[in-house]
Design a protein around this ligand. Structure first.
Ligand code: GDP
Length: 365
């Protein structure tokens, strides 16, 4: 045994034993496995078209990444998937927290997968959510039944960012999911704030989940959201709550009569159901498909998709211009100076903006 000063008999109770040398690597394959397999954009697309969920998830991660090199690959993948996309029914689902969105999506998903033989992707838009905060829309643990289904793909909201950015990523993810063979896409959002407008701009049918029994149903709901809805469904119509739910439904129906007929020509329907007890689910999907058939026949379905594509072209331009402006180093520096000058009233906000833009365009033209 080698000499160790600690083993000197004068130190009682201290001894160093000869150890066993550890093998050079615990897992000799670790090195090879550590790196996630990376594909060329064409390989990504090939696998996505085969319905490979693991590769689909990896591609969505690229879509969500902030890194320029990831964005470049993501854009190439999206471009290549585009011809294979569009063949789904896209449904926006909104409702205040506690309305029963996750319970309902779980119930809807099981109905779609098992009764109608569909493949379902569940995406979400929640610009306020950060992955650590817990209330993450689209989180798998909130949808226990469908999270075990091979024909369901669940993806939480891209993490916090500008609404435009988060929404663009979700829209791009829809394209990838469709290319992977998902014929039904849910986009979930909370019924507060601006995110429903973003969801409305990427779906074919907008479903609003409401609750009965608060006494002031019609005050509690923003007119704008109700105007966007193609269907209003009153949840928790079970037990003692059935009559209240029916009453709320008839109040919504009356309120809807006051709105002008939407451009789709479809009069929004109001139904009651119970997501938890799975009552009235079939009727909801009958309604959605009735709408799809109706709008496909009168041309509104394609019209809406086309105007959405146009809208997203402008949104992408706006977003990229904004990003490019705010992230150009010269402007970043200058912004802080101008901000101070505006605060100390040395210069007006308009003059400051003009000078910054002149500087920016001077550099980029
Ligand atoms: P979310 O915040 O909109 O996703 O709502 P959740 O799906 O998490 O539901 C909120 C609460 O309402 C949970 O405690 C559910 O169990 C309950 N809940 C959801 N759907 C129903 C329903 O149809 N009937 C009843 N009685 N409770 C429900």
């Amino acid at each position: 045994m080698e000499y160790h000063p600690e083993n000197d008999p004068k130190y009682k109770g201290l001894a160093v034993n000869e150890g066993v040398s550890s093998p050079p690597l615990v897992n000799p394959y670790q090195k090879e496995r550590k790196k996630r397999q990376s594909y060329t954009p064409s390989e990504y697309v090939e696998n996505i078209l085969k319905g490979n969920i693991t590769v689909l998830s990896q591609a969505v991660t690229l879509v969500e990444s902030q890194k320029n090199e990831h964005q470049a690959i993501a854009q190439e993948i999206i471009e290549k998937c585009l011809p294979y996309s569009g063949n789904s029914v896209r449904i926006g689902i909104t409702g205040v927290p506690g309305a029963g969105k996750s319970t309902s999506i779980d119930a809807f998903g099981m109905h779609l997968i098992h009764e109608l033989g569909k493949k379902l992707a569940v995406l979400a838009i929640d610009p306020s959510s950060e992955r650590s905060k817990g209330s993450i829309l689209g989180d798998k643990t909130r949808m226990e039944d469908i999270s075990r289904e091979a024909n369901a793909f669940i993806r939480p909201s891209p993490s916090a960012g500008s609404l435009g950015g988060v929404a663009r990523k979700t829209r791009e993810t829809i394209i990838l999911c469709e290319a992977a063979g998902f014929d039904t896409v849910f986009v979930e959002t909370v019924g507060v704030g601006q995110s429903e407008t973003a969801v409305h701009s990427m779906v074919d049918f907008f479903l609003l989940i409401q609750l009965a029994g608060t006494g002031d149903e019609l005050q509690g709901i923003k007119r704008g959201i109700m105007e966007m809805a193609d269907g209003i469904i009153v949840n928790k119509s079970d037990g003692n709550n059935i009559d209240k739910a029916k009453l709320a439904a008839s109040q919504y129906r009356n309120a809807l009569h006051l709105f002008p007929l939407p451009p789709s020509g479809w009069t929004p329907k109001v139904l009651t159901y119970s997501g938890y007890y799975k009552l009235g689910i079939k009727e909801i999907w009958d309604m959605v498909y009735e709408y799809v058939n109706f709008t496909k026949e009168n041309g509104y379905f394609d019209y809406r998709r086309h105007s959405q594509s146009k809208y997203w072209m402008y949104e992408s331009i706006n977003e990229q211009l904004r990003n490019h402006f705010y992230h150009s180093p010269e402007i970043e520096k200058e912004l802080r100076i101008k901000e101070q000058q505006v605060l100390s009233s040395e210069i007006s906000s308009f003059a400051a903006a003009k000078q910054l833009l002149d500087k920016y365009f001077g550099e980029n033209i």
